[in-house]
Design a binder for this molecule. Structure first.
Ligand code: PMP
Length: 451
């Protein structure tokens, strides 16, 4: 058991002189593709707190886009990384096995294997690369080419991944031609049901829509895979109805299609289970993971059933994928997720903590909906929570969300938008109720000002 990190005082006179100077240098020399929602330049972190180059401390409710599972500079992760760096930093997993990655693969598959199943792992450096690998594997295994993805989805910034991505045209404009043989179908969002359906029927409506494509538009026997986020991240932190993913499984089985679950954002304990699909009675063929898998060290993983991982030896690879230092960070992260090492104040393990603190935050936010009618929807699982802002007639209110987000920053809460009008709550999984309360107070104060 590790010592409890101190709770610092929030101090947010932003941006200070050092921040302003670095922001200016950044503007001169870094790509304009970076977005910079708020002038914050971190210098160091501890737990769920980040301190900037002017000494201001912020509470981290976004975790570097759902990445910093164990918070910042977790002593157990630091120790694992330091020990591995001192041994060797790279040899290339494509050519030589290394025990630290072999044991990591063994550990990861234990979280998905059902009795009688065997799974294997391919390691990459990022989520997009895991997605690319998944598409290549599905095509190679089935001998088919077409991929079905969902609207509102996000799968990364490489060519295959932007093609699959179903949100924001800016990700695609001016970059084409994209990958051929990709279609998009609606995502069953119970708050905004597609295809004229209701919150209860939206899952079935999407399944029927896919089947209707197979009748007149797209031969099912040319479809290699359907890729879906079991809980949609960038699209707005959306939880589909319970019958959707099992229905998709049945549809894929019927037509010999591979089912790929993109767990890059919602996976690795964030929703209170190791993978978000495990809230439903369903098993995919292929899983992509990254982000939270190594607490911020660059690592991605493709997990596939042994019977599916049939690509020939050497047909896919990566120089850095499965880097041993990243693997060490991942082992340490799993230690805390599984409860092999306990984090003070976080119960048996970080998944349990994510579940409990997430329930607490959801209940508090749902309570606020009565006071603030512009909080149209509060949804999620564990520490994967979306807060949707709406106009009086129920449309997404992106402008109000942006004002709320900025006001929260100014009060010391690092947060991030997603979807059209959603603030996502995706803090480190070590967040305690006490720390959550600090964040909720900032949110409540902000919402009162907006009223
Ligand atoms: N898939 C999902 C579901 C994601 O949320 C993201 C990143 N936001 C990616 C893939 C791409 O991951 P990366 O940025 O590591 O390439």
């Amino acid at each position: 058991t590790l010592p409890k990190p101190r709770q610092p005082e929030l101090k947010t006179a932003l941006p200070g002189p050092n921040t302003a100077a670095i922001m200016e240098r950044d503007r001169q020399h870094l790509s304009t593709s970076y977005m910079r929602p708020y002038p914050f330049v971190p210098e160091r972190g501890e737990g769920v707190w980040l301190t900037d180059v002017d000494g201001n401390t912020m509470l981290d409710f976004f975790a570097g886009i759902a990445v910093s599972t164990t918070g910042h500079a977790h002593p157990h992760v630091v120790k694992g990384v330091q020990e591995q760096v001192a041994k060797f930093t790279h040899v290339c997993l494509t050519d030589y096995p290394q025990e630290i990655t072999t044991s990591l693969a063994e550990r990861l598959v234990k979280h998905v294997e059902k009795p009688g199943e065997k799974w294997r792992v391919f390691f990459s450096n990022s989520g997009a690369e895991a997605v690319e690998a998944a598409v290549k594997l599905a095509r190679n295994h089935t001998g088919r080419s077409h991929i079905i993805s969902t609207m509102g989805s996000f799968h990364g910034r490489t060519y295959g991944a932007i093609t699959l991505t179903g949100s924001k045209t800016k990700y695609k404009r001016g970059f084409g031609p994209l990958l051929p043989a990709v279609s998009h179908v609606p995502y069953p969002n119970p708050f905004r049901p597609p295809l004229g359906s209701t919150p209860e029927t939206c899952g079935q409506a999407v399944l029927e829509h896919i089947e209707s494509l197979f009748v007149g538009i797209l031969p099912a026997d040319e479809v290699a895979a359907i890729i879906v986020e079991p809980m949609q991240g960038e699209g707005g932190y959306i939880v589909p109805p319970a019958d959707f993913l099992p229905g998709l499984r049945a549809l894929c089985d019927k037509h010999g299609i591979m089912l790929i679950f993109d767990e890059v954002q919602a996976g690795m304990g964030r929703t209170g289970k190791m993978f978000s699909f495990q809230h439903f009675d369903v098993q995919p063929d292929i899983i992509t993971s990254a982000k939270g898998i190594a607490s911020g060290m660059p690592l991605g993983a493709l997990l596939a059933k042994d019977s599916v991982m049939t690509w020939p030896v050497g047909s896919h690879g990566s120089t850095y994928g499965g880097n041993p230092v990243a693997a060490a960070a991942s082992h340490a992260t799993l230690d805390l997720l599984e409860g092999v090492v306990k984090h003070p104040g976080c119960g048996d393990n970080l998944m349990q903590n994510a579940h409990e603190v997430g329930e607490y935050i959801m209940a508090e936010l749902k309570g606020m909906q009565a006071e603030f009618p512009f909080l149209g929807d509060v949804r999620g699982r564990g520490l994967f929570i979306g807060l949707e802002f709406v106009t009086p007639d129920g449309r997404p209110d992106g402008a109000l969300r942006d004002r709320a987000s900025m006001a929260m920053f100014e009060k010391g809460l690092l947060n991030l938008d997603c979807g059209e009008a959603v603030i996502r709550i995706s803090p480190p999984l070590i967040l305690t109720k006490e720390e959550a309360k600090t964040g909720l107070e900032i949110m409540r104060e902000t919402l009162r000002e907006l009223k």
